[in-house]
Design a protein around this ligand. Structure first.
Ligand code: HEM
Length: 213
């Protein structure tokens, strides 16, 4: 086995703070929605707003980090090995097959992860954020008459925001399951905590993956 440095400091900080904020936003958001009562409606509204500002700030920093470090390239989709990756998750994994892609410092995501995380970053998160910002500014913008967004029915904004919230929760459940499919059940989570992951020291295959990039 060989230890390699996969996740950098900021990346780990951003990942865990984002996860905490999303879970907290789901908790407070669904209380606002009327699904259950934990903090009380007024407090849930207040907490949801504060947490959403924190998430927006975090995302602004993470966009800056992705572009200044060139890490955004990790998410460029590829069809290479995509089929074998899907086949692996559907059947190979249950038969003890070898993982079709190897993680390296240069390529930390498998082809399916690249596609799913790209969708998360450019479709799902923007859906929740844009509808959330419209929701947040609905009355203010309308009253000041700066930008007339009252043309969009508030109902539509609420439904799309809630849809995004449901999809985020579905993502979270699948994501947590997927984290257990690494070398050991906890190796991926440990890597996101420490930055280091243990992988099989298969020099030939690692060189092959590096060459592909
Ligand atoms: C930057 C991100 C976000 C912003 C700006 C935002 C903003 C808002 C606003 C303004 C409301 C209406 C309640 C209120 O006045 O406070 C709301 C409701 C809600 N939010 Fe968010 N939110 C964000 C992220 C999230 C996330 C990540 C989730 C869940 C994972 C979520 C789930 C919900 C739900 C379920 C509701 C109730 C919708 C309804 O029943 O009308 N929100 N959000």
């Amino acid at each position: 086995m060989k230890k390699i440095y996969i996740y950098k400091g900021f990346e780990r900080f951003w990942h865990w703070v984002q996860a905490t904020l999303i879970i907290f936003l789901a908790l407070t958001g669904f209380e606002v929605h009327g699904s259950f009562e934990v903090f009380g409606f007024e407090s849930a509204v207040k907490f949801h707003r504060v947490a959403s500002y924190a998430l927006l700030l975090l995302i602004a920093f993470s966009i800056f980090w992705h572009f200044t470090t060139g890490e955004w390239k990790q998410y460029l989709p590829t069809t290479k090995k995509l089929r074998s990756q899907i086949r692996y998750y559907i059947s190979g994994i249950f038969k003890g097959d070898k993982h079709p892609s190897k993680k390296t410092e240069l390529s930390k995501l498998n082809p399916l992860q690249k596609l799913v995380y790209l969708g998360f970053k450019i479709v799902l998160i923007p859906l929740v954020i844009i509808t959330g910002i419209l929701y947040l500014n609905y009355k203010v913008v309308d009253a000041n008459n700066i930008i007339v967004i009252s043309e969009i029915p508030l109902d539509a904004i609420a439904v799309l925001h809630t849809l995004g919230a449901f999809l985020l929760i579905a993502f979270l459940i699948v994501h947590v399951y997927m984290t257990t499919t690494g070398h050991t059940a906890t190796s991926n989570i440990k890597a996101m905590l420490t930055g280091y992951e243990e992988i099989e020291d298969d020099k030939e295959e690692i060189t092959e993956v590096k060459n592909e990039n």
